[in-house]
Design a protein around this ligand. Structure first.
Ligand code: UD1
Ligand code: CA
Length: 453
């Protein structure tokens, strides 16, 4: 733990421009709330304390982040960013060192930039060190006013307070700072609301210190996208696009072929082994893990799913499933939670599988529903087969032994056990257990022959 470092994230603002009942920091990018991106960027720095200032709809934020080691700080009235940081005074009363302050709406920040900011702060013995960038369209951001030699920071001026001569400045304030603690809390007392928005601006600290002859430094990042703030849903979609590009690129550099990155959505937690090919329209969510030499897509969604090497999944939707190596799924399959496909299983077109284990090399090639079932290895399920698992009140299990052959259009009424190498005739409605090696036919199905060999 870095005892000299504390972090405070400001997230109490109303987020008015989002036009939402949900706090801004809980809006999601690629399945993860904005605020989590910031917490994840901060965590490698190992701060002694991370405080989160919440206000508007704070309860929702606390609920969602309850599992993180955060100190929640309430800001009851949202009187500006300076006022927000002031609320952290009590939480930091015993802390002496560097205070990293981040705005909760800048999810694309990287740990590297935060490290650089801290490094410059310490090296320069700075009072306030501010992460900046040259923004192609700086409208809406606070602008950086540098000293005459261009090295120090004189002031930050908000968009609405700009003099005409300052309108051209492209260098903007990212809203990420390092301050000295406890000194920052005494200077916060000097802020006023004498500005166009009538708020206590945290950014005014810079000017006050500069006037006292204290030195502040900017740290400019090259990639302006990294510091973009999310204020409305247009920003949200832009951040989404940037993030998607970053993630896809990383997988490509790791050896994954992505045929159409603009139409491929891979959430941050997903792992993919090299030589896998991702075809257009593929969405990989949650804790999905994909092995080597797999082909996914086109038009495939995997959620919290594991796929073994050499498998192929075409135009299918798969949720919370374990797919073994060498399997083939789709097109148009729907595989639902708690399913396991063992090695070399084939699930074909218009097949739904739910909460079932399909044994090695078994095939469900077309038009079937398999629910609450265990299939041994080498089974073949004919077209149109329904595992009737629900009696209107309860779900029941069906158990098939090895190499069972189910004729087309059979209905297997659970609970049911069908022994090894048993068979059903086309259209059988099986209501009773079938012994190993027996063939049953008809409605309700009855033994048709002596035991098969
Ligand atoms: C702010 C900066 C601006 C900078 C931009 C970067 C100020 C005065 N302006 O403007 O210089 O270029 O961010 O994105 O700081 N918040 C609170 N309590 C409040 C007000 C705000 O916690 O009373 C939080 C918000 O939840 C948000 C952050 O502070 O996470 C920034 O507030 P926001 O209103 O988005 O500021 P900007 O207008 O974007
Ligand atoms: Ca903002």
């Amino acid at each position: 733990m870095d005892k000299e470092l504390a972090v405070v994230i400001l997230a109490a603002g109303k987020g008015t421009r989002m036009k939402s009942k949900k706090p801004k920091v809980l809006h999601e990018l690629m399945g993860k709330p904005i605020i989590r991106y910031i917490l994840d960027a901060v965590s490698p720095l190992n701060p002694a304390l991370t405080g989160l200032v919440v206000g508007h709809n704070g309860e929702q934020v606390k609920k969602q982040l309850g599992d993180s080691p955060l100190v929640f700080i309430d800001q009851e009235q949202q009187l500006g960013t300076g006022h927000a940081l002031k609320q952290a005074r009590e939480a930091l009363v015993d802390f002496k060192g560097n205070l990293l302050v981040i705005y909760g709406d800048t999810p694309l920040l990287t740990t590297e930039s935060l490290e650089k900011l801290l490094e410059v702060h310490t090296e320069n013995n700075s009072w306030a060190t501010v992460l900046t960038t040259d923004m192609p369209d700086p409208h809406g951001y606070g602008r950086i006013i540098r000293s005459e030699n261009g090295e120090e920071l004189q002031a930050i001026v908000e968009q609405k307070d700009l003099e005409p001569s300052q309108q051209q400045i492209q260098e903007i304030n990212s809203g990420t700072y390092v301050f000295r603690c406890p000194e920052v809390f005494s200077i916060l007392e000097k802020l006023d609301t004498d500005n166009k928005q009538g708020e206590y601006y945290l950014t005014d600290i810079v000017h006050i210190w500069a006037q006292e002859g204290k030195k502040n430094y900017p740290v400019k990042v090259d990639d302006y996208q990294e510091v973009m703030g999310i204020n409305d849903r247009v920003d949200l979609s832009q951040a989404f696009e940037i993030l998607r590009g970053r993630i896809n690129r990383q997988h490509q550099l790791n050896g994954v072929t992505i045929e159409d990155p603009a139409n491929t959505y891979i959430e941050p937690g997903v792992k993919i082994a090299p030589d896998t090919v991702i075809r257009p329209g593929t969405i990989l969510e949650g804790n999905t893990e994909v092995g080597e030499n797999v082909v996914l897509g086109p038009d495939t969604t995997l959620i919290d799913t594991r796929v073994g090497r050499d498998s192929r999944i075409i135009k299918s939707h798969v949720n919370k499933t374990e797919i073994g190596p060498g399997c083939s799924v789709g097109p148009f399959a729907h595989i639902r939670p708690e399913t396991v496909l063992q090695k070399g299983v084939k699930i074909g077109d218009f097949v739904e599988v739910k909460k079932s284990t399909i044994g090695e090399g078994s095939k469900v090639p077309h038009l079937a529903y398999v629910g609450d079932a265990t299939l041994g290895p080498g089974c073949n399920i004919g077209a149109g087969t329904i595992f009737a698992n629900y009696d209107g009140q309860k779900k029941h299990h069906t158990h098939l032994g090895r190499e069972v052959f189910i004729g087309s259009n059979s209905t297997l009424v659970a609970p049911l056990r069908i022994g090894d190498r048993a068979r059903t005739g086309a259209g059988a409605v099986v209501t009773r257990d079938v012994e190993a090696g027996v063939t049953v036919v008809g409605v309700p199905a009855k033994p048709f022959s002596k035991k098969n060999k």
